[in-house]
Design a protein around this ligand. Structure first.
Ligand code: GLC
Length: 682
C-alpha cells in the first residue's frame, strides 16, 4: 500500500492560536519579544498607530478620535456618523441608548480598520465654562457611571477597545497641559473617580487615557495614586493606559510613568524613546518586570481586539448606515430638553400653522467638524432650519421673518469654536455671544410666540430674556440628525423626555467652582505653575446649590414633557434596614394625559445626621419609563449600604453611618414629588 505522505506542518505558535487561553497567548508573545521590541511598543509610530513588529507578526494597533464619532483627522479623512455629543447623550438618561451608541460607534471604528476609539470622556462638569464639557456627560457621579458602563460595553462588544478619558480631574481647558488640580480625598472618591472606576470594574474598559494635567502635585501620567494604587491596585485594571497626546512632554522623570503603569506614549516617542528607556533600565530606574507589565497590558488588548485573529472571525464593521443614523437621531430626540413651555405653546400644531419663522445664528450652522479633536465629518448634517423645513414641507411656509408668523423659532447658542465650547479654551463668561440677547428680545417683541432653541454644550446666561420668552429648548450639539430631532420635538411627533445632566445657574458666580480665582481658573504661581483648588470639595453642581439654598435657573434633572406624570404610593422597606439589608423604594407613576410620554423618575437620598458635611440629597437611582396615555407603572429602586455611604478619609474607606436617611423621589432634583425616611440601623 502506497505510503501516505505525512504533510509536515509547522506547529502554530501558541500566541497565534486563537484557541489558546488569552493569558497564555499574552505571556507567550511577551516572552518572544526582545528588549528593543518591548521599547518599540512603548510609544507610537505616528499619531494614531503603534509600531509594527513584523518578525512576530505584530501589526500596528490603530486608534482614532473621538468621543461621538470617528474623526476625519485620525481616520484618513473618512466621513462617519456624527452622533450627539456626550452631554446630549447624558441628557437622555437612557443607559440602553448609551449601549446602542457604543455598538454603532465601534462598528464605524471597525469599518475604518482601527482597533480603539479615543473616548468616551467622563470628566465631571465642575465649571459651566469648561471648554470640553460638551464632550463629557454630567456633574453627577452616579449618572456619569450609569451611562459610561453601557457605552463601554457596547463599544467592546464589537471587539473594539474603549479608551475612557481623561483620567483624571481634567475639568478645565485653562492651562490644561500643566494645571495642578488640588482635589480632596472625599471629592476624588465621591465625585471625580466613580465613572472611571465603574468603567473599569463594571464596563471592563480595556484602556484609559492619562490626562495632561497634574493632580495633587503629580502629573496624571506619572501619578502613583491614580495609575498604581487605584487603577492597577484597588480596581485590578488589566487594560493599558495611553498618555494624552504629548502628555509625557512635561514629565521630568519618565521612569515614574513606567513604574506606575503608563504603557504607551502617544503620539510618538519623546520620553519613551529607546535610548532613554535603555538608559533608565540600565540605571535601575525601572525594572524589566515593570516594563513587561506595561507591555503585556498593550499585548492583552491587541489580542482582545483580534489583532492576531483572522479578520473574518471578528464582528463586522459598518459606517454611515441608516441604522447608525437612526441611533444618532434617537439620542438627539431623547436628549432635547424642554426647559420652559408657558401656555403649552409647544408642541406646534401643524394644522393650525400657515407660516413659521426660523431664524438665528445657529439655525443653519453645521457643527460636526467643530470642537477640536472630537470633530466628525458626517456625510450630511441636518441643521435646525433643514429639519424644520423638511417637517413643514409644502404645507407650511418657512421664512426668517418673525413678525407676523404663526410662530418664531429662534436658534441661538454657542458656535463650538475656540472659547465657545471647544477643546483648548474655556469660555470667559456664561453669556451668549454678543448680540444674541438683543436678538432674542427683539424677536419676542415682534412675535410673542417665540421659541428659543439653545445649541450649546454648557449652560448659558438667560436672565435678560427668560421671563419674556414663553418656550425654551436646549438641543445641545445634537449630531447629524439634530435638525430632524428638533423638528420632531417642536411639532409633537416626539414627546420630549430629556433631563438636564447639569445645573443651569442663573449667574456664573452661583456656581461652586467660581467662589474665587483660586478655585477657578486657579493661580499661575511662578514656582508651582498654575494651581486650581477644588475647595468646594464634594459640593459640585446641585450638591452646592441645594446646600447653599441657591435657586438655579433650571435645576439638575429638569426637563418638561408634553404630558403630565403623577407620582404616588411611596413605599420604603424595611423601615429600619440593617448593615447588609437592601432597601427597596417603590413608587407608582401615572401618565395622566392623552399623549404617550417618557419620564425619568429620579431617586435622591440625604443623610441629615451625618458626622461629616453631606449634600442635602444625592442621586442614587433613576429609571426612564415610557407610559401610554392614562397608564401607570410601579418603579422599584433597590439601594444598598454603599449608596448610603460617604468616603471616610480618616480610614480611607466608605462608611454608612447609623441614623435617619431622607428619601426624595421626583421629576428633577428640585421637583420632588414624594418624600420619606428610613432609619439605618447597622
Ligand atoms: C488631544 C485630546 C485627546 C485626544 C488626543 C488625540 O489633545 O486631549 O482627547 O484624544 O489629543 O487627538
Amino acid at each position: 500500500m502506497a505510503k501516505k505522505s505525512i504533510k509536515q506542518t509547522t506547529p502554530i505558535l501558541r500566541y497565534l492560536d486563537p484557541s489558546q487561553d488569552l493569558e497564555e497567548r499574552v505571556q507567550d508573545l511577551l516572552g518572544r519579544l526582545t528588549l528593543d521590541e518591548k521599547f518599540d511598543l512603548c510609544s507610537g509610530r505616528d499619531s494614531w498607530y503603534t509600531k509594527e513588529i513584523p518578525r512576530l507578526g505584530i501589526k500596528s494597533f490603530a486608534m482614532t478620535d473621538g468621543p461621538h464619532g470617528v474623526a476625519p483627522h485620525s481616520s484618513g479623512g473618512k466621513e462617519c456618523t456624527y452622533f450627539p455629543t456626550g452631554i446630549c447623550r447624558a441628557a437622555t438618561w437612557n443607559p440602553d441608548l448609551s449601549k446602542d451608541f457604543g455598538v454603532a460607534m465601534a462598528q464605524e471604528v471597525r469599518d475604518v480598520g482601527y482597533h480603539m476609539i479615543l473616548g468616551p470622556g467622563v470628566n465631571i462638569h465642575r465649571t459651566p465654562l469648561g471648554g470640553r464639557n460638551f464632550e463629557y456627560q454630567t456633574e453627577d457621579p452616579h449618572l456619569n457611571a450609569k451611562l459610561i458602563v453601557p457605552a463601554v460595553r457596547g463599544i467592546q462588544s464589537q471587539r473594539i477597545a474603549a479608551c475612557v478619558k481623561h483620567y483624571a480631574c481634567n475639568n478645565q481647558e485653562m492651562w490644561r497641559t500643566w494645571v495642578d488640580s488640588i482635589v480632596g480625598e472625599r471629592a476624588m472618591h465621591e465625585i471625580y473617580l466613580p465613572a472611571f472606576e465603574a468603567a473599569v470594574n463594571e464596563g471592563d474598559a480595556w484602556s484609559l487615557m492619562g490626562a495632561y494635567n497634574r493632580v495633587n502635585g503629580s502629573f496624571a501620567c506619572e501619578s502613583v495614586k491614580l495609575l498604581s494604587t487605584l487603577l492597577k491596585g484597588e480596581w485590578n485594571f488589566h487594560g493599558f493606559v495611553v498618555s494624552d497626546w504629548g502628555a509625557l512632554n512635561f514629565i521630568d522623570n519618565p521612569e515614574n510613568s513606567v513604574n506606575v503603569g503608563l504603557s504607551l506614549e502617544m503620539p510618538t516617542a519623546n520620553k519613551y524613546n529607546k535610548k532613554l528607556l535603555q538608559d533608565m533600565l540600565t540605571e535601575g530606574k525601572f525594572s524589566e518586570s515593570a516594563l513587561n507589565n506595561n507591555v503585556e497590558r498593550l499585548l492583552r488588548v491587541m489580542f482582545l481586539v483580534g489583532l492576531f485573529d483572522d479578520p473574518t472571525t471578528l464582528p463586522k464593521g459598518s459606517r454611515n448606515t441608516r441604522e447608525h443614523q437612526a441611533v444618532a437621531r434617537q439620542i438627539a430626540e431623547e436628549g432635547v430638553v424642554l426647559l420652559k413651555n408657558d401656555h403649552n405653546l409647544l408642541p406646534l400644531e401643524t394644522s393650525l400653522l400657515k407660516n413659521v419663522a426660523v431664524l438665528g445664528p445657529n439655525a443653519d450652522r453645521k457643527l460636526g467638524p467643530a470642537g477640536g479633536s472630537s470633530e466628525v465629518r458626517p456625510p450630511y448634517e441636518v441643521t435646525p432650519l433643514a429639519g424644520i423645513k423638511a417637517k413643514c414641507g409644502s404645507k407650511i411656509k418657512v421664512s426668517d421673518v418673525a413678525s407676523g408668523a404663526d410662530a418664531a423659532i429662534l436658534v441661538v447658542g454657542l458656535n463650538h469654536d475656540a472659547g465657545l465650547d471647544a477643546e483648548g479654551a474655556d469660555r470667559k463668561t456664561m453669556d451668549l455671544p454678543q448680540g444674541q440677547d438683543d436678538l432674542i428680545l427683539k424677536t419676542v417683541a415682534a412675535n410673542p410666540k417665540t421659541i428659543v432653541v439653545l445649541v450649546s454644550g454648557n449652560p448659558v446666561n438667560m436672565e435678560e430674556w427668560i421671563d419674556k420668552v414663553p418656550a425654551v429648548v436646549e438641543m445641545w450639539y445634537a449630531g447629524m440628525e439634530g435638525g430632524n430631532a428638533l423638528a420632531n420635538v417642536l411639532f409633537g411627533d416626539v414627546n420630549p423626555s430629556g433631563k438636564l445632566p447639569v445645573t443651569f445657574p442663573k449667574k456664573l458666580f452661583d456656581s461652586p467652582a467660581h467662589a474665587s480665582v483660586t478655585t477657578y481658573p486657579g493661580i499661575d504661581d511662578e514656582d508651582l505653575g498654575p494651581v486650581v483648588r477644588y475647595d468646594e470639595d464634594i459640593f459640585v453642581g446641585y450638591r452646592h446649590f441645594d446646600a447653599k439654598g441657591i435657586e438655579p435657573r433650571f435645576p439638575f434633572g429638569h426637563g418638561l414633557s408634553y404630558t403630565t406624570f403623577e407620582y404616588k404610593n411611596l413605599e420604603i422597606t424595611p423601615e429600619k434596614p440593617g448593615r447588609d439589608d437592601n432597601i427597596s423604594i417603590s413608587v407608582e407613576v401615572t401618565n395622566t394625559d392623552e399623549r404617550a410620554g417618557a419620564e425619568v423618575v429620579q431617586l435622591y437620598i440625604g443623610d441629615p445626621e451625618a458626622s461629616v458635611p453631606r449634600p442635602p440629597k444625592e442621586l442614587k437611582g433613576f429609571a426612564k419609563i415610557t407610559l401610554p396615555p392614562n397608564t401607570q407603572q410601579k418603579i422599584v429602586f433597590v439601594i444598598t449600604t454603599q449608596d448610603l455611604s460617604f468616603f471616610n478619609v480618616e480610614v480611607g474607606k466608605w462608611k454608612a453611618e447609623p441614623g435617619k436617611f431622607n428619601v426624595f423621589v421626583g421629576s428633577s432634583s428640585r421637583d420632588i414629588r414624594l418624600q420619606g425616611t428610613f432609619e439605618y440601623s447597622p
